[in-house]
Design a protein around this ligand. Structure first.
Ligand SMILES: Nc1ncnc2c1ncn2[C@@H]1O[C@H](COP(=O)(O)OP(=O)(O)OP(=O)(O)O)[C@@H](O)[C@H]1O
Length: 455
């Protein structure tokens, strides 16, 4: 492998020197930059295999804003240059934002030498391969421009590992099974996997594979030719062909009946399909991503889901934790939805009251991020001042939502939920709530303590 040219940038001389010493003996040709202007000048005049840069350049601030803005400038000069950002330990927000804007990975300071070298080498190898195939430019343009890529707000520890896996596996062609409860962001992650892949400039096609009746399954996925059946008045291209060269996202796969599973497996194995009513064999090149909110391992055990199909789909598995297990993200997400949606309601609502924030943090979120999104939207509609109040959130779910909520709950969740409800209906009178629940007062107190609740 030819020597890799690496541009390292930091305005702190000691950091730069430490990096220089570390990388010097490792087969890298180094070029140093001490300011944003020097970075841009270097990128404009030299070709590098990677840029390792600090995010903060104004001594007094730690927002990383200047570094963040720099990413777009660099991408405009050389969209194929892999950018690795260095962030202060714990400021994952900045790293997430940097990645959203097109950085390929991040390193936290103080860094671990081995890990830094590994990350750097991986990105250099990857970028070389990608540059050869000439596709990174397109992928990066999409990432930098944001395109249709939805925001992925993720600052909690629980999501940190998710982001890492997404970054690692996105550029590969591995099939990925994304698991998690409804509304946890499985489709968002699928879109990020696609956007970070060599296929980014090609289509991303999503299909709810678990909701197709036998009558339409084949036609939807594989297409049909005119006259194949009564309603087939014209040729139709199926999802597989639409996604050719790109990514096919198969949602809700656990709901597919056995016959459909067999047909899907065959096409995934061979990369070949027939449109319904045609004998012509067509080849497709599709990366499959699949999602489910059901425990597939159990379903294969009971024979409901084919093990060989699961094996095809889950080369890598990404599990999205429910929102209640990433409480750190609740306010971030709420703020994000507020910012995005407030302009549609006149833009006057800009924040949450402290009580509203407390209520958001205390809610169980059985509908996860989607539920939070809906709650914020509804609150925007109800809010009368510049801040969303607790009562605008209407967190006591309506009948329909309550039914699905119960369906998604564990026994503990349900018990906690019923206790909270009983207390609310009894105006926080413990004796009355206990009576409603068929418990003694002391039994109710024990449960309150167990769930960390206060009457
Ligand atoms: N981390 C996130 N940051 C910002 N928005 C998010 C995030 N996760 C989910 N969302 C938003 O929440 C909504 C639900 O997400 P998505 O459709 O990806 O969930 P899902 O797990 O695929 O749901 P289902 O299982 O019901 O299909 C979408 O509007 C999505 O944009």
């Amino acid at each position: 492998m030819p020597e890799a040219r690496v541009l390292i940038a930091d305005d702190q001389a000691d950091v730069l020197e430490a990096l220089r010493l570390l990388l010097k003996g490792q087969g890298f040709l180094l070029h140093l930059a001490r300011s944003p202007a020097e970075i841009v000048a270097a990128v404009e005049t030299h070709e590098f295999d990677a840029l390792l840069m600090d995010l903060n350049y104004t001594r007094d601030t730690t927002s990383g804003r200047e570094g963040l803005d720099l990413i777009a400038t660099i991408a405009a000069v050389d969209a194929t240059l892999p950018i690795l950002v260095m962030t202060a330990w714990g400021s994952v927000d900045g790293a997430v934002e940097a990645i959203r804007r097109g950085a390929r990975d991040y390193i936290q300071k103080p860094w671990d030498n081995g890990r830094l070298l590994l990350t750097l080498r991986t990105q250099i190898d990857l970028a070389r391969a990608l540059r050869r195939s000439g596709k990174l430019a397109e992928a990066n343009e999409r990432l930098a421009a944001g395109g249709e890529l939805p925001r992925l707000v993720a600052g909690s520890r629980a999501m940190e590992s998710v982001l890492r896996i997404v970054e690692r596996v996105a550029p590969s062609d591995a099939s990925v099974l994304i698991t998690g409860e409804h509304g946890t962001g499985k489709e968002v992650v699928a879109r990020w996997l696609h956007a970070g892949s060599l296929r980014a400039s090609r289509p991303f096609i999503a299909v709810n594979a678990g909701a197709l009746g036998d009558g339409v399954f084949e036609s939807e996925l594989f297409g049909h030719v005119k006259g194949a059946f009564t309603d087939a008045r014209a040729d139709r291209i199926g999802c597989f062909e639409l996604a050719d060269g790109g990514t096919l996202f198969l949602d809700e796969i656990a709901n597919m009946p056995a016959g459909q599973q067999a047909k899907l497996l065959r096409v995934l194995q061979t990369g070949e399909l027939h449109r319904v009513g045609s004998s012509k064999l067509r080849k497709v090149d599709v990366r499959a991503l699949a999602a489910t909110n059901a425990p597939l391992a159990q379903l294969t055990g009971s024979g409901v889901f084919r093990e060989d199909l699961l094996y095809r789909l889950n080369t890598v598995e990404i599990h999205l934790p429910p929102l209640r297990e990433r409480k750190d993200d609740i306010l971030r997400l709420a703020q994000h939805f507020l910012q995005v949606r407030s302009p549609c309601y006149g833009g006057k609502v800009v924040e949450f009251t402290p009580e509203a924030e407390k209520a958001l943090l205390g809610h169980r979120w059985p509908g996860n991020v989607r539920e939070l999104e809906h709650v914020v939207e509804r609150a925007l509609l109800l809010a009368s001042g510049p801040a969303i109040r607790e009562e605008d959130l209407v967190l006591r779910a309506g009948e329909g939502e309550r039914a699905t909520a119960i369906d998604d709950m564990t026994l503990d969740d349900a018990e906690r939920y019923l206790i909270v409800r009983a207390l609310a209906r009894a105006n926080n009178n413990v004796s009355e709530a206990a009576q409603r629940l068929g418990l003694s007062r002391s039994a109710l107190y024990r449960r309150l303590a167990r769930y960390g609740l206060e009457p």
